[in-house]
Design a protein around this ligand. Structure first.
Ligand code: ADP
Ligand code: ASP
Ligand code: MG
Length: 418
């Protein structure tokens, strides 16, 4: 019998009524002849509440809150509740369901608490239950280290749990049920004219996710691409059999007939810009700056260096996640004399807006359209970065929505699929 993994996000688990609806969707797939493993998120808002509690309790180990193993013990608990509730609901409907916590499966992860990576899922326990006809409900987001400590996979991590479980049990597909009926050309909360994409390539989805489209966690797309797990994103706000045409398939590029030059616009407000002024323009300076940030586990995204006219000095600008901005600034400030720069500026009012599309590989003029559309709205571009299938710009945060809408219109994304 074919195996299927179904994942329900926080809004799909938000209360008992939603859990009952999810249970009906699960039961329908089971009745259609699949062996079903379900991965669930905590009720929406729950993880935020748990994180706030850990903030209030303070650090237990002296490490940053997210690196604390007790942080994971607390924040992993939200998913335990929904897994149990969904299993109970399914039992009440007459199905043989059982929950299995991350440590019971086990979902083995690294020990980087707060953002652990899945290392392995030995499939035996899951497979035994599935083969016996049980519906297995697994809490997303949580795992366990080899030494038995509970871990979590980073915010949005239940998507990754679901894809990893699908790969482990060789499921035919991983269905991600959420509060939108698929992947759109941009976040439909920002642009009401956003269109649903019937298919999107793994590569484009990977870029969209890592550039801020939170509909799927980046790591889940990486895993799906690497393990060749077909993923479908669809709405849980339907009854079984209703609206069967909905959803987006994330698949290989060559399975997509209708190719777009630009498939989507993504944005991220989780950005901060740090500028170092008057750096000596000599060998080894960048290495000194970035090795200090790397040692503190701070991820750097965009980097620009510009030489001053005299040539002796340069300015360097880089972006980091907003929650790392203060730490990055402090590290740089402490190294000011050693590195030898004049001043440092931190700007947390920036956002990154990006366009993504495989068609960029073979079409010219894509960047020009982007820059023109932004200039027509009077939006200043502070930094640009590109890769083969995306162009990102850093702008003043206040213009994020305006920029997203302008770019959506500039590439006619509101006409996709019509
Ligand atoms: P879940 O709780 O089900 O995991 P998330 O809130 O993590 O749901 O992700 C779904 C949300 O992602 C949507 O409500 C939508 O606002 C947002 N989103 C951002 N970009 C996109 C996009 N391109 N397509 C669809 N949804 C998007
Ligand atoms: N509950 C976790 C979060 O809110 C994981 C998830 O929902 O994917 O980040
Ligand atoms: Mg999510």
């Amino acid at each position: 019998m074919t195996r299927l993994v179904m994942k329900f996000g926080g809004t799909s688990m938000a209360d008992l009524e939603r859990i009952r609806r999810a249970a009906r969707l699960v039961a329908a797939e089971y009745d259609a002849g699949h062996r079903v493993a379900v991965v669930v998120s905590a009720m929406s808002g729950k993880t935020n509440e748990l994180v706030a509690w850990t903030d209030g309790a303070g650090k237990a180990t002296g490490r940053a809150m997210e690196g604390d193993d007790e942080y994971d013990v607390v924040v992993a608990s939200g998913e335990q509740v929904t897994a149990g509730l969904l299993a109970m609901t399914l039992r009440n409907m007459g199905y043989d369901a059982i929950s299995m916590m991350g440590w019971q499966v086990p979902i083995l992860t690294s020990d980087v608490h707060g953002k652990a990576r899945i290392l392995d899922i030995p499939p035996a326990r899951l497979e035994t239950a599935l083969d016996a006809g049980q519906i297995v409900v697994v809490p997303g987001f949580q795992g366990v280290t080899e030494s038995g400590r509970i871990t979590t996979l980073g915010r949005g991590g239940s998507d990754t749990s679901a894809v990893a479980v699908a790969a482990a049990v060789k499921a035919i597909r991983c269905d991600i049920y959420t509060d939108v009926d698929g992947v759109y050309t941009t976040d439909p909360r920002v642009e009401s004219k956003a269109r649903r994409l019937k298919k999107i390539s793994f590569e484009e989805m990977l870029e969209m996710a890592s550039l801020g489209a939170k509909v799927l966690q980046t790591r889940s797309v990486e895993l799906a691409m690497g393990q060749r797990v077909p993923v479908r994103v669809l709405s849980s706000f339907v009854e079984p059999g209703e609206n069967i045409d909905q959803g987006t398939i994330v698949c290989d590029e060559d399975e997509i007939v209708e190719k777009h030059i630009v498939s989507g616009v993504a944005f991220s407000r989780d950005e901060a810009k740090i500028t170092l002024l008057g750096l000596p323009n000599k060998v080894g300076v960048s290495a000194a700056v970035f090795s200090k940030l790397a040692a503190a586990n701070i991820n750097v995204d965009m980097i620009v260096q510009s030489e001053k006219r005299s040539g002796e000095y340069a300015n360097q600008l880089f972006t980091v996640g907003r929650r790392d901005a203060q730490a990055a600034a402090e590290i740089m400030e402490a190294a000011k004399a050693e590195i030898g720069f004049d001043a440092i500026k931190v700007d947390e009012n920036v956002a990154k807006v990006s366009i993504v599309g495989v068609g960029m590989r073979s079409h010219t003029g894509v960047a020009e359209t982007m820059f023109r559309a932004l200039s027509e709205k009077g939006i200043n571009i502070q930094v640009i970065s590109t890769s083969e299938i995306k162009i990102s710009v850093l702008i003043d945060e206040a213009y994020t929505e305006l920029a997203v809408r302008a770019l959506h219109a500039a590439y006619d994304l509101d006409k996709i699929g019509q």
